[in-house]
Design a protein around this ligand. Sequence first.
Ligand code: NAG
Ligand code: NAG
Ligand code: NAG
Ligand code: NAG
Ligand code: NAG
Ligand code: NAG
Length: 440
Amino acid sequence: STVKAAMERLCNYIPEKLQEHNSLCFHTISFSIDKEMNADVVCHSLKLCKQDPGQPLCHLYPPPKVSWFSTFFQSHRLCKVFYSGTEQGYHWRGRDCNDKNTTVYPGRRPDNWDVKSDSNCNGIWVSADSQGVVLLGDSAGAHFHIPPEWMTVTQMSAKSFANLPMAFTDELDWPQFSEITGFLNSTIGGWTDSLYLRLRRRNRCNHRDLQNISQNGILARNQLLDNPAIVVYATIGNDVCNGNRDTLAHMTTPKEMLSNVVQALRYLDSHLPNGSHVILTGLVDGRFLWDNLHDRYHPLGQLNRDVTYSQLYSFLDCLQVSPCSGWLTPNETLRNLTSERALQLSNVLKEIARSEKFTNFDVFYMDFPLRQTAEEWRKMGGEPWQLIEPVDGFHPSQIAAALGTSITWQKALREWPQVLGKENPFNDQIEAIFKDQGGH
Ligand SMILES: *[C@@H]1O[C@H](CO)[C@@H](O)[C@H](O)[C@H]1NC(C)=O
Ligand SMILES: *[C@@H]1O[C@H](CO)[C@@H](O)[C@H](O)[C@H]1NC(C)=O
Ligand SMILES: *[C@@H]1O[C@H](CO)[C@@H](O)[C@H](O)[C@H]1NC(C)=O
Ligand SMILES: *[C@@H]1O[C@H](CO)[C@@H](O)[C@H](O)[C@H]1NC(C)=O
Ligand SMILES: *[C@@H]1O[C@H](CO)[C@@H](O)[C@H](O)[C@H]1NC(C)=O
Ligand SMILES: CC(=O)N[C@H]1CO[C@H](CO)[C@@H](O)[C@@H]1O
């Protein structure tokens, strides 16, 4: 079809909900694109992409045979505006059931055993011992995901863009399906399993007591009034991942790691109710990414078989926006050095869990369960690349998150059952009386 028709079609896929703040602009181009005009050429011709003086010319697709700027483009902007939703916040923690009363919120120790009302929003009157789940993490913990069907030409449709406004509202994170705090059935492939759902199944009084504080949230826990919590301190990759040219020099050193983590734990010790637990999870060995993806096609390159992950990684690196220059690189020595540092930092965490003591919680360490996850998935007939987010080629996928939960849970059940609390013998009765406990 013509470019104009194609753009109109794409625009019609974008949902119609309006608001001032968010907008998405397209440049419509008034001539037809031939095969030589890949997205790099179009982008540079429209001057949306530019080459800074002294910097290399960055491109995703193979360089065109025609000159980069030989073609004259005419364009005009076409904007769509979105609403930013009223649900912001809801996917990140359990819902407050009473906005008018500030002493009522999830995680609170029940007021007089909840004989008069549900003072902690767990959907139950009359309560038992319970605890919450808190995740301290990064974009992987928040479950960053860009739907591949937005970028795979053959899958684009109004249906595949229906989730766009909500996805923007949550900054492309999907904590509601995540490994630690997920509570809704996944709509992005795989399935949902989470520490929160398993704790809730074990003791229905844990209902709604979840907080995902990945990236920039604030821990909401009153040391005197609230129930204890299990805090998962998930380091995963950011301490060794950066997009700097000199990436090794910008990684966290073991000494900094020790001091930062101990400082964070002291903060938690002054904020968490007594009887809480902290689980430190180690850094991942990110060589898994290159090893399993580098020669596969990225969603943008599936139609014409012209963009591999290796090309994507080099493109992001060239633009200095790589999520991880140390692992997403053809340089095997550099990948090895990055993993070496990651292992050193995990060892720091292990040592902290072994030697440091805190007043209000005990500390445990576990390796990031990538190896077991891959093993489980293989047994289920899956391929390792399916454990990685297809669009960014970096974050763990929904499948990896759900499998990781069951591995973490089994380990805790075996080695630290006290962390999970007792099973509530009244679960069946609670379900019979309170049904879904008011939803999430
Ligand atoms: C707020 O909730 C608490 C705990 O349930 C209760 O004791 C108090 O009376 C409530 N306050 C108001 C103004 O309703
Ligand atoms: C998820 O799906 C299962 C099975 O279809 C259903 O029983 C369950 O209620 C769903 N959970 C949520 C939170 O929607
Ligand atoms: C904190 O809880 C632990 C057990 O969970 C208990 O042994 C200890 O005495 C408590 N400390 C305080 C100050 O209440
Ligand atoms: C990287 O590490 C792997 C596994 O330890 C090793 O087999 C390989 O030789 C190393 N490669 C380089 C270039 O250091
Ligand atoms: C690979 O990375 C190492 C470590 O940063 C560096 O010393 C080496 O020059 C790099 N090799 C190539 C071919 O760029
Ligand atoms: C509850 C909460 O504070 N959630 C945070 C989780 O992380 C995102 C960023 O990815 C923040 O925007 C939320 O505020």
